[in-house]
Every structure is written in structure tokens, then in C-alpha cells.
Design a protein around this ligand. Sequence first.
Ligand SMILES: [Zn+2]
Length: 137
Amino acid sequence: MIREIVKDTFFLSQKSEPATRQDQPVIQDLLDTVRANADRCVGMAANMIGERKTILVAQAGKDYLVMVNPKIVDHSRQCYETEEGCLSLTGQRPVKRYSVIVVEYLDRKFKRKKQTFRDFEAQIIQHEMDHFEGIII
Ligand SMILES: [Zn+2]
């Protein structure tokens, strides 16, 4: 189901909690909502659709990557500065991101994965994971 995008900064500044299998419907809603906004959005955290759970979706090639309870377990020393926008905010803001991150997460079927991401994909994941901490760029 396509959900409305939350823009309430008080809600968005609260931390998200780990997701469980009961949160499966949130994954589908996130995918539906990110696809519906594909022209202006490359990823989404669950709190952007009103669910404070650590679930994110990120564009990866032609499809979307689903990450449940992701953790960055390693990253490059190198950071770079860039600007990002967010569907929940207007305008672009400066941020610092790691070029390479290693993430442990559960996939859509709650299977444990560990994967290395670089550049744009790594950037989207870091942005969405900031949402889990209540950080809105
Ligand atoms: Zn955002």
C-alpha cells in the first residue's frame, strides 16, 4: 500500500526500534511507497511512512534493496562531502559520507546478510540509517 510521507520533524527525530517478522507488511508498504516516488526519491526509511522500525529500502540498479535492522560493521577511513535532499524535507543539505561501508542486515525474508556497498548505494544506506537515529540530514 502506498503510504503518505511523514514530514513532521518531531516524529522524524525519534529513534526507531528493531523490526521483527511481524513488521513484514511495513516492508511491502515501503517498497510500494518508494516506487510511487521513484522520480524524486532513491531510498526510504520506515519512519518516513510513520513506522519507527529499523527497515530501509534503497535503490540498487533497477531494483530495491530491503534491509531490516542493518548495522554498519566496517567502513572506509575515507569520507567525502556531498549534498543530499530528502523527501521529508525541502532543499539540499551538506553531509559527510563514507565511500565504502560493510553492512550486516536481514533481507526481506529475514535471512542474515553481510555485504559491501560503495559510492551512491553506500550513500543512500547511510542517509536512511541516519533516519533510524532520528537524524534528518
Ligand atoms: Zn531522508
